[in-house]
Write a protein that binds this ligand. Sequence first.
Ligand SMILES: [Fe+2]
Length: 304
Amino acid sequence: MALHRLTTITLGVPDVASAAAFYREFGLDERAPGTFATSTGGEQLRLLPATRRGLVELGIGADDRDDLVRIARALAKLGVEASADGTALQAVEPVTGLAVTVTVTPRAIAPAADRAPCNAPGRTERANRPAEGVLRDGPVRPIKLSHVAIASADHEATIRFFTDGMGFAVSDRPAFGAFMRCSEDHHNLAVQMGPGTFLHHTAWEDDDVDEVGRGGAAMVAADPSRHLWGLGRHAIGSNFFWYLCDPAGNFAEYVSDLDRITDAGAYEPPMWAGPQMVRAWAPPMPPEFLAPRDLGEVIGELLS
Ligand SMILES: [Fe+2]
């Protein structure tokens, strides 16, 4: 059948306790020490102690064991060994050292979020009452792991591993990399050209832009040094974003309204150009978004 979602990620961090406090406050549910769930995706983040920050493992969900057989054959053609049993396949992406596990697992169906009524010129959806977004006062709870973005010392080879090997589909292919999907989400994995290999960010989906704004604002109010970039809207993928920085230096993004691709033949991305490749609108992009401050320390294989 097919791949259908990201299941889990494992992050290596030098100080698990401080990173765990960050992700609790970010809105993830700590089910066991260092293991976090989203509201509809199950346990999707694990923190492990490591000498330096990085992405240790990426988990992908597949429909059935035929997918594992297909992936093992495709990886073999690329010269990559995989180990597999009836329920899981494991392989290591050779350039980045990233461990990838594909597991036969049920699809996760997110319940439909209510659409907040929204007024516009000539259209009154909400009369005689304030907007729902201004009345919310509960903590923001990301619904699922949306995507992961990494830089690779040989991004073309890493992209081939995920497309020709794993079976990801390419949604957008700007000069600096590829935005790929293993579900209907516009991207579940972005691989970009880099001065070396490093984890750029993880991204977590919220119901709507109010949740992105409320989540980012609350995190920054508690500690302004966490702020990286936002609130803004990307052009590629269309999503609203607010990026924060965890205590280890990993970027964590709140996301809403990401494009969905339900018919690959019908999706024709524009020819993105200039700064629009990165943003449709946003405050000025901080230089550390492209070159994290700790780049010299973390560059190398993703596996810490
Ligand atoms: Fe992102």
